[in-house]
Design a binder for this molecule. Sequence first.
Ligand code: FE2
Length: 285
Amino acid sequence: MRIVKVSQLLDDRERNYLLYNGDVIIFEKIPAILELNGYLDRLVQDVFGGLSKCSMLNECSSKQDSSVFGVNIERLQNRFRKEPAFADLFRSALKQTGMDIERNYADVLFLRCVAPLLKKNIHRGRIAHHRDTWGSNIQQQVNWWSSLYPTSDENTLVFYPEYWDTPVENSTSEWSYSDFCKARSLAKQKGLSHINYPYAPEVTQSVLSNKSLSIVTSPGDLVCFSSAHLHGSTEAPRGSCRFSIELRTFAERSTDLNIPPKNIDNANGEPRYDWFKRLSDKKKY
Ligand SMILES: [Fe+2]
């Protein structure tokens, strides 16, 4: 696995050639991501009530702090979801990397907040190691990820390259999307602070953390990787809360004949194409 920093356009075929070989691409200083960050930073400042950036983003010192922080994160995610400018700008960012948006399909743009001491909550913070292909069962799928603020080794996206072509024990045979949806509805109804069901299938064995690779990024960077990569968040996030946005896409076969990575350990089978819409016109796949 190489980390390939790119400042020029890559078309779908060129991009996926690298991704399907296990490389991680960082598209640097994408103008639409920088513009999106401006809006998102204002939204974060607004929701968190004008607290200084340092105190707002640092570790919560008490349980009460954690619960206030959790409420604010939920408000932030709701406002993020309802503002179409974020998805529009992210789509522009994908175009600015060289993607053909007429021939690519995407799921829903998501804002993840990983706060120290808020390791498990309803707002999809830090989750255990996983491959995104375990949830969707689409081997050609790729992930796009960008952090609002600079990341450090203390709280960022982490890869486990040892497992690119090595199977790991996981919960794909037991996990079900419909059971997750039921658990999520129940948590909302009961006002619970966390969902009593994993957000996605997870690793069920210990992994070689000493061989992990943390991705440190600057604002404007857009990270792209195969959804078949085993990845997760920093295991014990410290320091500051991380606000990152993410999306999954796949290209039509007519635009890209690269061979996607093989399924080596996913017991699920049914591809969830119904989660994806064409980027250009939101038409279902
Ligand atoms: Fe993921």
